[in-house]
Design a protein around this ligand. Structure first.
Ligand code: NAD
Length: 302
């Protein structure tokens, strides 16, 4: 059976928030007919203005389409939407693409339920943030059978730049949580180094000039430096407006720690990073960029 592949396809899109909205608009720009559903009437209004048809429910968005894309907050919403509506309403042969960031176990359970009903499905979480969603430069980490990956690839290429098949069902989510655990730990390591440098009388720019060319270099330093100055585009230069919020980072670190516990991996620094982001979040910083954690680290050493 051919799954979902067409030049101009009919696409259902459920969850058109900060990420899903611009992703859906890029599919519209690519010439597809798009049917959108979200719990927010306001967001549906903006999708209508962009040329989408509006569905009255998730079930309606899933009916009579070649491809269904979901971009929902977390595992419970994904399970509810698929098991409650999509799997009973989508036509045979509909390709299912979940781009939400969720736990591996839910991703595998939903993919198995989809497989039992004969659907091809991939989990395809993204990296790159709202800017990447708008520019169509997202990185997709895709878990699922080869055939489903190949069917999804043309659509993912219209929303992103780097598309990596990371293995079977759930492995997109596995890659996403491993990557973001590295990111969370590395941001704290860079922030601690800058705070230590301040104590030692070492200028921010000088530390940057050395470490961005030496063995301490990483994305948190060279692209997203948590002090103002060295990287003009980093959120530190706009009082830590996101970017990538602390709430999102904490969500991803919790996913990685739940997985570490469930799959018996020892992730000492991942656990510690989660505890530090939890504290930062409890200080009222959920909406602050995650690099703003340097303020808490600085305050706790004063
Ligand atoms: P968001 O809250 O802006 O969008 C989620 C949308 O889903 C909302 O508009 C909400 O109304 C809708 N929704 C919730 N339950 C629904 C349901 N049952 N039926 C239909 N619609 C429903 O969140 P976002 O920032 O777009 O993030 C979406 C996903 O992408 C999350 O899993 C997040 O972790 C991941 N992500 C976000 C970023 C980022 O920078 N924002 C980056 C990478 C990955």
């Amino acid at each position: 059976m051919e799954i979902g592949r067409r030049t101009m396809a009919r696409i259902g899109f459920i969850g058109v928030g900060n990420m899903g909205g611009p992703m859906a608009r890029n599919l519209l720009k690519a010439g597809h007919a798009l049917k959108a559903f979200d719990l927010s009437e306001k967001l549906l209004g903006t999708m209508k203005d962009a040329g989408a048809e509006i569905a009255g429910s998730a079930a309606e968005a899933a009916r009579d389409v070649d491809v269904l894309v979901t971009m929902l907050p977390a595992g419970p919403q994904v399970r509810k939407v698929y098991e409650g509506e999509v799997l009973s309403q989508a036509a045979p042969g509909t390709l299912l693409v979940d781009c939400s960031t969720i736990d591996v176990e839910t991703a595998r359970a939903v993919a198995a339920a989809a497989g039992d009903k004969g659907f091809a499905m991939v989990d395809a979480p993204v990296s790159g943030g709202v800017g990447g969603a708008e520019a169509g430069t997202l990185t997709f980490m895709v878990g699922g059978p080869e055939e489903a990956f190949e069917a999804a690839r043309p659509y993912l290429e219209q929303m992103g730049k780097t598309i990596v098949h990371t293995g079977g069902a759930g492995n997109g989510q596995a890659a996403k949580m491993c990557n973001n655990m590295m990111l969370g730990i590395q941001m704290i390591s860079v922030a601690e180094a800058f705070v230590l440098a301040e104590k030692l009388g070492l200028d921010h720019q000088k530390l940057f000039d050395v470490s961005s060319k030496a063995s301490g270099q990483c994305w948190s330093l060279t692209t997203y430096c948590p002090v103002p100055g060295p990287v003009p585009t980093s959120p530190a230069n706009r009082d830590y407006q996101p970017g990538f919020t602390t709430a999102m980072m904490l969500k991803d670190l919790k996913l990685s720690q739940d997985a570490a516990e469930g799959f018996e991996a020892e992730t000492v620094l991942g656990r510690e990073a989660m505890a530090l982001y939890q504290r930062f979040s409890e200080g009222g910083n959920d909406a602050v960029d995650f690099s703003g954690i340097i303020k808490m680290i600085r305050e706790s050493t004063e």
